[in-house]
Design a protein around this ligand. Structure first.
Ligand code: AMP
Ligand code: FE
Ligand code: FE
Ligand code: ZN
Length: 281
């Protein structure tokens, strides 16, 4: 597949390592027609990228990634918008606050394990980003408490590990309707992280569709050939749009570069038409 759009990228507005401007430069250098910045719980990176992209041929699709309550695995809903949605960020204030509230609780757990890092150490790294565990991982790395970024998750920050603290999330029903209500396309991110069987997944996607889901992220670094075939089939059978992207967080974070995964010009045409943002390809 010749990728022309990477619809899943994180910037320094959330837990990515590169600024929105640097990401636009990178996408332009790769010759991508469009990218979407899908930061966790914020549109501010996408907004900056849009300003920056005026000087480039790359189109910016405003996007977001919202984590939803889900016991079995990880359930993330991506949202794509034809233009900046009025009022969506106000509606996200609660999940943004949940991120800030979790930080001192994780720090307290780390301190009780003899790891002397302070909230300020993490905030210095995060700047005005939506604070996430990756910022804490970087602080641990900087202070020499772990040797690698991944070790921070394996030892302390990952689900069920020693300094893990659950973050308050919204239900998937709310995430899907919030995106839809603001004129966006709600898309199921990386279905492989749900931990469902093939039939379980098909049933769940049926439920999500009933609530307004518009698409499935079929193309993704962790998806095997079999995953892609299955998700592609479910999407086509259910009348859902096919999306894809790298989930790029920075060089060396998941061994991909923007544009390594995504959608081709045919899928982009269908996607942008559904989005109400034609003429991207
Ligand atoms: P948070 O949004 O604070 O819950 O942090 C989740 C983010 O941490 C994800 O979006 C990834 O960027 C990163 N992440 C989650 N699990 C891991 C892991 N096991 N190894 C490395 N990074 C991870
Ligand atoms: Fe992330
Ligand atoms: Fe995700
Ligand atoms: Zn992501």
């Amino acid at each position: 597949m010749h990728v022309t759009a990477d619809l899943h990228i994180h910037s320094t507005a959330s837990d990515g390592d590169l600024t929105p401007g640097a990401l636009v430069e990178l996408a332009a250098a790769k010759g991508l027609a469009a990218i979407s910045l899908t930061d966790h719980d914020t549109l501010s990176g996408a907004r900056t990228a849009l300003e920056f992209a005026r000087r480039h041929s790359v189109r910016i699709i405003p996007g977001i990634e919202i984590s939803a309550e889900y016991e079995r695995g990880m359930l993330h809903i991506l949202g794509y918008f034809p233009s900046f949605p009025e009022g969506l960020e106000d509606a996200l204030a609660q999940v943004q606050e949940a991120r800030r509230n979790r930080l001192p609780r994780i720090i307290a757990k780390l301190n009780s394990l003899g790891i002397m890092i302070a909230e300020a150490d993490v905030i210095r790294i995060a700047g005005d980003a939506q604070i996430g565990r990756p910022h804490i991982a970087k602080a641990l790395l900087k202070k020499g408490y772990v040797r690698t970024f991944d070790e921070a998750f394996l030892e302390y920050l990952g689900k069920g590990k020693r300094a893990y603290v659950e973050k308050e999330k919204m239900t998937w029903q709310k995430a899907v309707s919030l995106i839809g209500r603001h004129g966006g396309l709600p898309v199921l991110a990386h279905p492989s992280t749900l931990g469902l069987t093939d039939t379980g997944l098909k049933d769940f996607i049926g439920e999500l569709s009933g609530a307004g889901l518009a698409g499935i992220e079929v193309h993704y670094p962790d998806h095997s050939r079999e995953h892609i075939t299955l998700y592609d089939r479910i999407a086509r059978e259910s009348g859902l749009v096919i999306t894809g992207g790298t989930d790029f967080h920075g060089p060396g974070r998941n061994e991909v570069s923007p544009g390594d995964h995504g959608i081709d010009s045919d899928l982009l045409r269908i996607f942008s038409h559904r989005l109400g943002m034609p003429g991207i390809c």
